[in-house]
Ligand binder design. Structure first.
Ligand code: 2AL
Length: 190
């Protein structure tokens, strides 16, 4: 399967293969199909980025007893909310997508001590309470220690900063998922 094969896919086939390059957001893949013929696989990724960048972002901050309460209507935060927590309930209940399962296992999140799991759960809860979306990091580029460090550090960020960092991580996850698909589908030299 090479670029010509991808360019001649129906949108159903394209969705079957690339539908989860952004976690649980097949609408992005379905939209990007319209951009074919792709002259490179990078163009698939460019299409994803353009879709994400086109999503509305309108952020107002209310100052409330010296906190910044972020009230916002943002398409971008919707993408983050489609991501499962790291070592969260989906992992324990075995309901992660195949890609997430592999990514989280690879980062060592299936072999946490009970203390590590408790700390990660606490930090994730604090993060979601503050930002209204989950902490997202490209797990394939991290291990459990880096994830804990990043989560603690990023918890201090401003919501507007954190939104953009999260989206950047989503793009890294997307890049690696596309690479995996191309490798598995022998679209790239292994
Ligand atoms: N909240 C998350 O960051 N989730 C994830 N990152 C990954 O790389 N895979 C996930 O499931």
């Amino acid at each position: 399967m090479d670029l010509d094969a991808v360019n001649s896919m129906s949108y159903e086939q394209f969705l079957d293969i690339f539908g989860n390059i952004i976690e649980k957001c097949p609408i992005i893949t379905a939209a990007v199909w319209s951009r074919r013929p792709f002259s490179s696989f990078g163009e698939v990724e460019d299409g994803v980025h353009e879709f994400i960048e086109s999503l509305p972002i309108s952020v107002e901050f209310l100052e409330e007893n010296s906190h910044k309460i972020c009230t916002k209507k943002q398409g971008k935060e919707g993408i983050l909310r489609c991501h499962p927590d790291l070592a969260g309930r989906e992992l324990t209940s075995g309901t992660l997508t195949m890609e997430s399962q592999e990514e989280q296992r690879g980062a060592g999140l299936t072999s946490l001590t009970s203390q590590e799991r408790e700390r990660l759960t606490l930090l994730n809860t604090q993060y979601k309470e503050k930002f209204g979306f989950p902490f997202v990091i490209c797990a394939k580029m991290a291990d459990k220690d880096k994830i804990m460090r990043e989560l603690s550090a990023r918890l201090q960020n401003d919501p507007s900063v954190e939104l953009l960092i999260g989206i950047d991580e989503v793009k890294k996850i997307c890049h690696l998922r596309i690479q995996d698909i191309l490798r598995k589908g022998s679209l790239l030299p292994t």
